[in-house]
Design a protein around this ligand. Structure first.
Ligand code: SF4
Length: 434
């Protein structure tokens, strides 16, 4: 550990500069124009690390990492694209803002009832910036962590990043979290999330972590930190004052008897291939924290079984426990990234059968929907026709967890709200849970 080394300074490209970057790297003015139009609606930002180490510009626009982080015209409905393009060409800033907001509102900015059902409202405390959906777990959105080093085009929290106060969910500081936890001693798990909490300097992050190590909050056993920093800016963890301080903080939490889990977001095996990310993983593992990996299954990026099999193998090789394969959520650019549930189940099955037992720990495909986390176990041949075999891994109604149930098979369905009970016995799994 050197403590004196300085990692490179973070540089990122967004907005109109992103279109210029695409023009420069691809020499394709059409792709650049598309990036300009689409980024007026959905937030995009790319770090210099992603630009220089992860995107294969010779393969743009077909390269999976390009698809992950660069705006593409198919992310918007053609009519919406035309609306925003016309407003942009008019040069009228207000018309552009109105058009962009109109389109955003059509993109379901807060899926899964995040604002209406997950923000706690059961006591005097103003808990805006927390989510408490399942009894044992509270999500904390620190204000300073409501951005990421780059943005995924499929981000289900994209509304956090656009310039709309009404769409942002964040706590101003750790006091709301600590006060809430004092009052809710059934909570065992705290997930610091965002955005990405690792965009915060370590001294800021420590303000949230340290209170969780005190005797007063000793009912909190697990501290999870959700991050994609290892994909987008692994230097965050590499030797240097802030990276070293982060390791010390994680070590303190582990020494205090907390289970510390870094919930790493990896969308494609290429993100695990560079020397900086591998060094970052070794350093994190050395703190005693557990590394887990999750990502959504999305078209254009990772919708082939071999991609997941390779990714899971590489994760295990680098000390990461594969955790979740999610279904792309019903928000933002889903028209571009969405995969039918039937296909998602096939991808999972064909991927999992290729890997050894240690790489079979990823559950999926899983919809993190309003009533709970629903796993699509596959398609079953039942007497009255094919059905999706489903199971709640988590549910607002804990009584439903782990019990198999069925939905009518629909080859095109991509999300929970498109599914219908297969028979009368399945109705409670839909009706009772909203
Ligand atoms: S890392 Fe997560 S929060 Fe950040 S842009 Fe990607 S999906 Fe969104």
């Amino acid at each position: 550990m050197t403590g004196t080394t300085q990692p490179p300074a973070l540089r990122s490209v967004s907005g109109q500069r992103l279109a210029a970057l695409v023009a420069d790297r691809t020499s394709d003015s059409g792709l650049a124009r598309d990036a300009d139009v689409v980024s007026r609606v959905l937030p995009f930002k790319v770090s210099s690390y992603v630009v220089d180490h992860l995107i294969d510009w010779d393969r743009a626009a077909d390269d999976p990492m390009y698809r992950l982080v660069i705006p593409h015209r198919d992310m918007l409905d053609p009519a919406d694209y035309a609306l925003v393009a016309a407003a942009l060409d008019s040069g009228d800033a207000q018309a552009l803002r109105i058009s962009a907001d109109k389109v955003r509102d059509r993109l379901n900015p807060h899926p899964g009832d995040q604002l209406t059902r997950n923000v706690p409202s059961d006591d005097e405390l103003d808990a805006w910036g927390l989510q408490h959906k399942y009894a044992e777990t509270v999500l904390v959105f620190p204000r300073q962590g409501q951005t990421c080093h780059s943005y995924c085009g499929y981000c289900f929290r994209w509304a956090q990043f656009v310039d709309r106060g009404d769409l942002k969910l964040a706590v101003p500081g750790p006091q709301v979290m600590t006060e809430y936890l004092r009052r809710h001693r059934q909570v065992t798990d705290v997930l610091l999330t965002g955005g990405d909490p690792l965009v915060m300097r370590t001294d800021l992050l420590a303000q949230y972590v340290e209170p969780l190590l005190t005797d007063e909050l000793d009912h909190v056993r697990t501290i999870r930190i959700g991050t994609k920093a290892l994909s987008f800016w692994p230097y965050r963890v590499l030797p240097g004052p802030d990276g070293d301080a982060l390791l010390r903080l994680l070590e303190r939490a582990v020494s205090a008897g907390r289970h510390v889990a870094l919930m790493l977001h990896f969308s494609h095996p290429r993100e695990l291939s560079t020397e900086p990310v591998r060094q970052a993983l070794r350093r994190l593992a050395g703190t005693g924290a557990v590394l887990r990996a999750q990502a959504p299954l999305v078209r254009h990026v990772n919708d082939e079984p071999d991609t997941w099999a390779t990714m899971w193998r590489e994760q295990v090789r680098h000390g990461i426990v594969p955790y979740y394969m999610f279904v792309e959520r019903d928000t933002g650019a889903r028209r571009y990234f969405g995969v039918p549930l039937a296909r998602a189940a096939d991808v999972y099955r064909e991927a999992v059968r290729q890997v050894s037992g240690l790489a079979r720990t990823s559950r999926g495909p899983v919809m993190s929907a309003s009533p709970g986390k629903v796993c699509v176990d596959g398609v079953a041949a039942l007497p009255s026709g094919p059905a999706f075999a489903l199971r709640y891994l988590q549910a607002r109604d804990a009584d439903l967890v782990g019990r198999p149930f069925f939905a009518r098979f629909d080859p095109l369905a991509e999300w929970w709200d498109e599914l219908r009970p297969y028979g009368p016995a399945d109705v409670p799994f839909f009706g009772r849970t909203g």
